[in-house]
Design a protein around this ligand. Structure first.
Ligand SMILES: [Zn+2]
Length: 128
């Protein structure tokens, strides 16, 4: 349904950039679905561990920590994907949230959900 709407936008607005945008959006939505599923599996796994006895719990605590770590990283990425999808809807996607410059396609290939350009990301990293 979303694709249909975007195809219509593509028809009206034309241009390569819109086509790229549709591809990015599809890519982000696929990643979002993948992450949502993975996070659900992690939570199911963690819940299952809670019903076991203490001996089993002790041996599984380490793997729980790994799972929780994956969960936190996944949730963070999911939040960034959500934000990127919102930027697509708002027509702001592909432009740096800090300086307003266009983010290179190469960078978006690697980090499709990034809100900032390479220069601003490097500047942020320096300050930390
Ligand atoms: Zn920037």
């Amino acid at each position: 349904m979303h694709v249909m709407r975007f195809e219509r936008m593509l028809f009206f607005q034309g241009g390569m950039f819109m086509l790229d945008l549709v591809q990015r959006q599809t890519q982000l939505q696929q990643r979002k679905a993948e992450l949502t599923l993975r996070l659900r599996n992690i939570e199911t796994e963690l819940d299952a561990h809670q019903s076991k006895d203490w001996a089993e719990l002790a041996t599984e605590r380490e793997s729980d920590e790994v799972l929780e770590g994956m969960g936190v990283a996944g949730k963070l990425e999911l939040a960034m994907i959500e934000a990127a999808l919102q930027r697509i809807s708002a027509g702001e996607y592909g432009f740096c949230a800090a300086c307003g410059e266009e983010i290179s396609a190469k960078r978006l290939d690697v980090l499709p959900y990034t809100p900032v350009c390479k220069d601003c990301a490097a500047r942020n990293a320096e300050h930390k």
